[in-house]
Each structure stands twice: as C-alpha cells, then as structure tokens.
Write a protein that binds this ligand. Structure first.
Ligand SMILES: Cc1cc2nc3c(=O)[nH]c(=O)nc-3n(C[C@H](O)[C@H](O)[C@H](O)COP(=O)(O)OP(=O)(O)OC[C@H]3O[C@@H](n4cnc5c(N)ncnc54)[C@H](O)[C@@H]3O)c2cc1C
Length: 388
C-alpha cells in the first residue's frame, strides 16, 4: 500500500493538519468502523459517532476563526472526509453534508448572518442542503418551492425530497423560487432556515439500499416564516450560489466515494492473500493479479486527481467545475467498480453480511447518483469541449 501513502504525501498537509488527520484516523479505527455494521443493520442515526466527532471539534474546520472555528486547507478537509467515510460511509456523508450546506454561508453570507449562525455549527451543529424536489432532480431549475416576501419576513411554501440530515439538521441551506419572478433561472433564491421554525415538517425518512444510518428526509413547508435577515441570495443571485456551492461539495463527495473505494480495495487485498484454493493463496492466480493491477492503477490515478483538485481550490482557482466533475465521475464509478469486484473476489462469502464488502457495495451505489448523477457530469464535461 506504499503507493497510496506516497500519493497522499502530495496532498501537502501541514504538520498540524497531519496531527489532526492522525486523530481522525484513530477515531475512525477505534470508534466509527466497529459500529458501522450494526448501524447499517438497524438504520439508526449514529448519534454516538456525531458526539465523538464533536468531541474532536471537527466541525471547527469548516468555520473561520472569527466565528468560533479553526479552519484547515481544503486538502486536509478532504483527507478527513475520506478517512471517516472509509470507516462508516453514513457518518462520512452526515458530517460532509454539514460542510456542503454551510460553506456557502461562509463564502457568501453577510457579516451579521455569519456572527449569528456559524458559532452553532462550529460547536457541533448539523447542516442540511435542500435543493431536490419530487419534480426537480437533475434539473434543479424545475423546483417549485416558493419564497414570498412579506414585510420583514419571507414565507416559504413547498417541499423538498431526499434531504440528507433533513430530520436532524440545526440549520438548512434552502433553495426556492422568488414569487412574482417569471424567469425560472433568475427566480432561484436561497435562504437559511433554522431548526424548529413553525411550518417546517418532516414527512418521512427513506428506507435505503445503503448509507442506511444517514437519514434522508422529505420535508414540507407550509407558510413557514423566516426573517428576511436569513436571505442569503435573492433573485438573480441564487443560481450562481447554487453552482458555486456544488463545485465545493463535488470534490467532497468524491473524497467520500474514495473512502469507500479504499476500504473495498483494502479488504479485497487482505482476502485474496488469505484465501486459499487449489493449494495456494488466490492472489497467486494471474487472473486475480491482473484485476488487482487494474483496480490499483485506477485508484492511484483518481487519488492523485483528488489532490490536484484540492490544490486548485486551496490555490484560489475561481473556476474548477470541470475538474470537480471529472473527479466526482471517476471517484464514484471507481467506488462502485472496486466494491463490486471486492464482493466477487470474496466469492460466496462476499454476498453475505459477515464481510464488510457487502455493505460497501450497497454504500457505493448512491455516489454515482447524488450531487449530479454521473450522466449529468458526463454531459457537463462533454459540453465543456464544444467549440463555440
Ligand atoms: C440517499 C440520497 C441522499 C440525497 N441527499 C440530497 C441532499 O442532501 N440534498 C439534495 O438537495 N438532494 C439530495 N439527494 C437527491 C439527489 O441529488 C438526486 O436524487 C439526484 O440529483 C437525481 O435526481 P432524481 O433522483 O430526481 O433523478 P432524475 O433527475 O429524475 O434522473 C433519473 C435518471 O435520468 C437521468 N437523466 C436526467 N436528466 C438527464 C439528462 N439531461 N441527460 C441524461 N440523463 C439524464 C439521470 O441521470 C437518472 O439516471 C439525495 C438523494 C439520495 C437518494
């Protein structure tokens, strides 16, 4: 595995970031990984994992110092997402979703909003990012949730579906359309919705194939009033903010997928070294070696690309959307491929729950679907090369 350790050295983390990552690795190994199978079985929200994450103060890395945080590089954040997700993909996506939802507040929020709302995230609050609706998935501009101004308030009516952390979040980054604005794209706006706001209700949580311990909720808004002070982006600004926030969250979901890919690769390698057939370890069969070689080559290249994108972000690049799409596409397809091959390499045992690879295969599938399906990413990447 030295190959992968060397690639990680190119992430360029500082000494403090290495120490932080070591503590995340310890947490993942000692607490998160041992609980993952039971959480998958019961589909219970992993409150203990979130408590342990908060004991390490990991949310602080999302938040600037002025609002109670202790920021790190994007590369260090991605390394932590990958580590947590390798141990428990559900916990990984719960934690990363808080980052996805709150980064736009950090980047685009007014000073008053940040002072008021960010300290509760820094100290362990959960965030949710609410874009998808029953009739607006891949095409978010089809959303129907309405924001209607009413004096010092905005009244929200509508609903969202498939919202990670939707039933447990302290703060929601919510997208909707401004009433009276006829242009569908211009109408998209964004506000911050606080937990327990009257008119916000959780309709149900989904019973899923994988990521079973992360809650995925359908939400309804019925004359839900929020102060105008919580508006983050009005008409004409919301879509820009939506695209900017997806650019930050896509490398993060890729790091999450790579966590699953790494865990599956590690389990596959361990098994083929240990399992014996025809008088020898199955890794000695050339067909098995060729498969491992292909998986290792793809994983190595994808991890190198992860740090390439992290460097772009940490270097202040303004436009890295295509690189982020390439990363999301590759990392998630690879997670699915490695997890599927890991099951295959475990033979019949891989199909049973005694081995982690069964869960990893189920957890991997959604990574090809969320944060833009991989068809949509292929379209974005392909379109980029259209000569104008
Ligand atoms: C577990 C889970 C967690 C989620 N978490 C969140 C969350 O926190 N916040 C949030 O807002 N959303 C979340 N989502 C929603 C997720 O992002 C959407 O499911 C996804 O964007 C796809 O939308 P859809 O399900 O409506 O599928 P559709 O858009 O209806 O797509 C159906 C199929 O058609 C294909 N398709 C659609 N348009 C095109 C096209 N133009 N070209 C080619 N193919 C196309 C798609 O690729 C897909 O295969 C989550 C979903 C799940 C299942």
């Amino acid at each position: 595995m030295k190959v992968f350790e060397r690639i990680d050295q190119s992430a360029g983390l500082s000494d403090e970031e290495h120490l932080l990552l070591e503590s995340v690795k310890r947490l993942s190994r000692e607490k998160l990984a041992p609980r993952a199978a039971e959480l998958d079985r019961t589909a219970a929200f992993p409150h203990d994992n979130i408590k342990d994450i908060n004991q390490l103060g990991l949310n602080a890395m999302f938040v600037p110092e002025a609002y109670g945080g202790s920021p790190v590089s994007y590369a260090a954040y991605l390394a932590c997402v990958r580590e947590i997700s390798a141990a428990c993909a559900s916990t990984g996506i719960i934690w990363a979703t808080t980052f996805h939802a709150m980064k736009p507040l950090v980047d685009f929020g007014a000073e008053e909003q940040k002072k008021r709302l960010l300290p509760r995230i820094a100290s362990g609050g959960l965030g949710a990012l609410a874009i998808t609706e029953p009739t607006a998935g891949s095409d978010a501009t089809g959303m129907k949730t309405r924001f209607t101004p009413d004096g010092d308030h905005i009244v929200i009516d509508g609903g969202k579906t498939f919202i990670t952390n939707g039933d447990v979040a302290d703060l929601y980054l919510l997208f909707g359309k401004w009433s009276g604005e006829a242009d569908d794209r211009r109408a998209i706006s964004c506000l911050l919705l606080e937990k327990n706001t009257p008119g916000l209700s959780v309709l149900r949580t989904e019973d899923k194939m994988g990521h079973r311990a992360s809650s995925t909720a359908a939400l309804a808004f019925e004359r839900c009033r929020v102060p105008r002070a919580n508006l983050l982006a009005g008409p004409g600004e919301g879509l820009k903010l939506l695209l900017a926030s997806l650019n930050r969250s896509r490398p993060s979901v890729a790091a999450h997928a790579l966590g699953i890919a790494r865990a599956a690769f590690q389990d596959a390698v361990a098994y083929v070294n240990e399992r014996r057939q025809s008088g020898r370890a199955i890794i000695e069969f050339q067909g098995i070696q060729f498969l491992l070689a292909d998986l290792a080559a793809e994983l190595a290249q994808c991890e190198a690309w992860l740090w390439h994108v992290a460097r772009l972000v940490d270097g202040g690049a303004a436009d890295f959307g295509i690189e982020a799409s390439i990363l999301k596409l590759r990392a998630s397809d690879l997670a699915m491929r490695i997890a599927t091959e890991a099951v295959q390499l475990h033979g019949g045992y891989g199909y049973c729950k005694d081995y982690r690879v069964e869960r990893l295969m189920r957890d991997a599938k959604i990574t090809q679907i969320w944060e833009g399906t991989n068809q949509i990413h292929r379209q974005l990447i392909g379109r980029h090369f259209t000569e104008k």
